[in-house]
Design a protein around this ligand. Sequence first.
Ligand SMILES: Cc1cc2nc3c(=O)[nH]c(=O)nc-3n(C[C@H](O)[C@H](O)[C@H](O)COP(=O)(O)OP(=O)(O)OC[C@H]3O[C@@H](n4cnc5c(N)ncnc54)[C@H](O)[C@@H]3O)c2cc1C
Length: 399
Amino acid sequence: STTGAPLAFGGISIDCRSLTGIEDLDVDGQEAFVTVLPGTPLGALKRELQSEGWLLPPDPTSTPDCTAGGIVATNANGPRSLIYGATRNWVDAVELIDGRGTIAWWQRSRAEKHGSGFSFLSNPLDLLCGAEGTVGVFRRIRFRCIRAPEQTTGMLIPCPDLATAVALVSQARRDRLPASCIEGFDATALEAAASAEPRLRGVQAALWVEIDHPSGAREQRLSTWEMVLRAHQLDADVAIITEASGLKQAHAWRHRIPESLNAEGRRLRDHGGTKLSTDWCVPVSQLGAAFGVVDDLLTARGLAHIRHARYGHFGSGHPHHNWITRNHEETTTMKRLIFDAATQIQRMGGWFAAEHGIGKLKRALAESLIQPSLLAAAREARRTFDPHGLCAPGNLCMP
Ligand SMILES: Cc1cc2nc3c(=O)[nH]c(=O)nc-3n(C[C@H](O)[C@H](O)[C@H](O)COP(=O)(O)OP(=O)(O)OC[C@H]3O[C@@H](n4cnc5c(N)ncnc54)[C@H](O)[C@@H]3O)c2cc1C
């Protein structure tokens, strides 16, 4: 698994499915702090908080299936990380059983300023969020929540090609247009979504934008986009979605893309084919150049014919590339290309694993791209809390 690598090569697996539920909801003005058990499903938790008027922002595509403990351990991101950031921003405290058996609460400083020293000394949670279970097991988690937005408006913007979509994203970010998420899709990704939304069939590229706003502010927020869309000659076909059912339908077709491509890859396993994916992220100004790097490598290595979908968090400079290989040879050559492309992406100021964790499969990339002395420090931190190497062996870096 590339998704934070919950599968262990040996040892004991801990099943958190019965450790569910909200233990406490503490309201403090415009914020609320909710304490939950680690197996609490994120989707159910978000719905329950929403019914009380609160927003817990993390929104990975896996929201219906993943758990509170899992999102903290993988520091999960989602489309709305564009304005809300990753899960770590929303973790106030955790109760951790570390690899020595020590049980302790790890608390984020709530002070507005804590500038001195290593950041993990004032914010020790920064050592745990994204550690993929390598330091210990969360027994309780306290999340910070904010008031839920009064309204959300969605916009589907069909584009004639990927380059136009990328140009629009760059301008939207440069001009600070209001958006809680800006997702992008190429023709292959839209075709994969078409079984959930037939109107996407044949569309060459598109952006999906969501804007959170107070009620009564919709027209004002949309007017800032209208001018830019007109300048790019994209205003004619834009669909504005205001109803909750329309937003739900959009999330359903968005979710269908990885689902459908995963299924396609699985069908080719007997012949050595599969779905290969990446999680690179670049500064948003480099998005077009990063697509170019990949296209050039595919052409140079004779792999341009492989089915290739690009979709995801364009607004954060973070597209997912998915390739469907048909046999062993294509799979091996593509894996090499992915490794080489990640190296170039890193040189562009990017990061090779923006979400889904490093796990076991991206460990070789981590070892190649992260400074050896920093990896040594990570190993040392791990040994401090888990001297016997019991916690998530094989994830992130070797002990
Ligand atoms: C279809 C699909 C879509 C996804 N989309 C996204 C996405 O958009 N963004 C994103 O960031 N990720 C995504 N993921 C990856 C992954 O699902 C998320 O990162 C999710 O947060 C993992 O939660 P989980 O409960 O499934 O954890 P698991 O997969 O069960 O575990 C993930 C890691 O967390 C550790 N862990 C779990 N519980 C605990 C605990 N109580 N204490 C300590 N460690 C623990 C495990 O050891 C493992 O290393 C996706 C995965 C799938 C399958």
